[in-house]
Structures are given as structure tokens and as C-alpha cells.
Ligand binder design. Structure first.
Ligand code: ATP
Ligand code: MG
Length: 271
């Protein structure tokens, strides 16, 4: 479905105002049930396309997920990627850098985790943290982080030139929705393990994060590595929208089963 792809795509250089983007948008769909059938179909398509991608072994797909805390990165991976062959997929979480990571340039760990040919790589957070949390908390001077947008674009162009298709999703939730999800984590015993009081502190910097995200989206949405701002207050819609974009992306990549380099008619299996 072309519509959702284009609706959420950020154009290069676009001035993004997240306040004007509706986190609760659902493209006229009313509920989970309406979306479920389409999501199920997309999952089947993705599974088939991934089979081809893996067999072909010539290109790879990198999916970048960024969001505020409780934005739904984990849920997206769980629901959208269900049905993907685990052998052809790798999820990498980007936490505060280890001492080894800190001893290298900021892109080192991202490059190491980039998907090999035939693979789908998922970044749960990513190299963008180095212009998000790092910027919001002044972990390095502005003179350092402000150069990173171009570095990121060059890095992603480099990956793209080597056969990696990149799609980046900002899961856009409202501040109220974040509060509701935090509350649910406190209230529900099966979600309580996710409570991290540091996340509540981080919420105080909401506006600073929005500004940092707006810069990321405007500066780093490129033809070879576009950003999509996904309305994510409704989880079922978020899942559907992302699956639509992934199916379209994989279809454009058009992976093919490799042709046999032998003649199947003459090849004989010995007894
Ligand atoms: P969940 O949303 O399920 O809690 P998470 O992605 O928040 O998962 P955590 O281990 O709770 O995972 O948090 C990772 C933390 O690491 C985040 O606060 C993030 O901002 C921080 N982080 C990631 N990359 C960097 C970086 N380059 N520099 C500093 N902090 C970073
Ligand atoms: Mg967290």
C-alpha cells in the first residue's frame, strides 16, 4: 500500500515539526481487528521475501528503530517481525557504550552490527543515540555532535553503496501516551520488570528530545536511507504501518532465488 509509505516518509531537508504530526493517526482504520488481516498478510509476504533475500545473498536490509522510552520498539520487533526466519535476522540493542566502544569512533559499533549480505539487521536504538541522548545531556560539546549528521549520512551512503537498504522508523507517541504506558508498567505485574525510574527522569527532557529528533529527521532522511515518522499511539496501527513499509521496501529490493550453476536434468545423485 503506497499511501502509508508516502504519508510517513520524511523528505530530505524537510523542516519537521513533531507537534504537527498526529501520534494518534490511524488512516481511517478503527480497530485492531480491521488491521489484523492486513498485518497477517504482510507477515506472510515478508517471510517469503526474506527467504529470497537470504537465498540470493547479495543485498541486506537494515531497519533502524528509534523512539522515546515506552515508544514501542520492543513491541514492534515482536509483532512485525514475527514469522521471519531467525537465522536470517539479527537484532542489536544499543545501550550506553561500553569502555571498548567508547575507545572507538561513535560509528564503530554500528558498522560492526550492520547486516551481512542476505541478512535483515534490526537496530533497537542505534548510532542516532549519539545525536539524541548525547546532545540532550551535553555528553560531548556541540562542536562535536553537530558534525555527526553528515558523518551519519556518509556512513549510511557507504552501506547503501555496498548493497544495504536502510529504512529508519521514529515511533512517534504523545507525551500523554508515554505517561499512560509508564503507569501500565507500574500497575501490571507482567510489565513491572520494564519499570526504570531513570526513564521517568528522562521524560523531563521531552521537549529537548523532540528538538533533537526534529534535527535528525530533517538532516538524515536521505534517498538511500529514509526516515519515517510513524504514528504510534495505537500499537496495532504502528505495527500495520511499519509492516506495509517493510513489504514495499523488500518488494523494491526484489530479491531472486539464485539460478543453479548446474543442469538439474543431468545431475545424478549417486546411490
Ligand atoms: P526499553 O525501552 O525496553 O527500556 P531501552 O532501549 O531503553 O529499552 P535500556 O537498556 O533501558 O534499553 O536503555 C538504553 C539506554 O542507553 C538508553 O537510555 C539510551 O539513551 C542509552 N544509550 C544508547 N546509546 C547511547 C550512547 N551512545 N551514549 C549514551 N547513552 C546511550
Ligand atoms: Mg529503557
Amino acid at each position: 500500500m503506497k499511501k502509508l509509505y508516502d504519508h510517513f516518509l520524511i523528505k530530505h531537508g524537510e523542516r519537521v515539526h513533531l507537534k504537527d504530526k498526529d501520534a494518534d493517526y490511524a488512516a481511517g482504520l478503527k480497530n485492531k481487528e480491521e488491521a489484523a488481516e492486513r498485518l497477517a498478510k504482510n507477515r506472510l509476504k515478508m517471510a517469503e521475501l526474506q527467504r529470497r533475500l537470504f537465498a540470493e545473498g547479495k543485498q541486506s536490509l537494515l531497519i533502524v528503530l528509534q523512539a522515546m522510552d515506552a515508544g514501542g520498539k520492543d513491541g514492534t520487533i515482536r509483532h512485525v517481525m514475527k514469522g521471519i526466519n531467525p537465522q536470517g535476522c539479527r537484532v542489536t540493542n544499543f545501550r550506553a557504550p561500553t569502555s571498548e566502544e567508547r575507545a572507538h569512533d561513535f560509528l564503530w559499533r554500528a558498522h560492526k552490527a550492520a547486516p551481512a549480505k542476505g541478512m535483515i539487521g534490526i537496530f533497537n536504538r542505534s548510532h542516532y543515540e549519539d545525536v539524541l541522548v548525547v546532545r540532550v545531556h551535553d555528553m560531548v560539546p556541540k562542536k562535536v555532535w553537530s558534525k555527526r549528521y553528515n558523518m551519519i549520512n556518509d556512513f549510511e551512503a557507504h552501506l547503501a553503496d555496498h548493497g544495504t537498504r536502510i529504512v529508519k522508523f521514529f515511533l512517534h507517541i504523545s507525551k500523554d501516551e508515554q505517561k499512560a504506558r509508564f503507569q501500565e508498567r507500574i500497575d501490571r505485574p507482567d510489565k513491572r520488570w520494564k519499570v526504570n525510574p531513570q526513564d521517568f527522569e528522562e521524560r523531563k527532557y521531552w521537549d529537548d528530545y523532540m528538538k533533537a529528533f526534529e534535527d535528525v529527521l530533517g538532516k538524515c532522511s536521505t534517498k538511500q536511507a529514509p526516515w519515517f515518522v510513524i504514528s504510534s499511539d495505537r500499537k496495532w496501527f504502528r505495527n500495520l504501518a511499519i509492516s506495509e513499509i517493510l513489504v514495499r521496501t523488500l518488494e523494491e529490493m526484489d530479491p531472486q532465488f539464485p539460478r543453479a550453476d548446474f543442469d538439474p536434468k543431468t545431475l545424478v545423485i549417486p546411490d
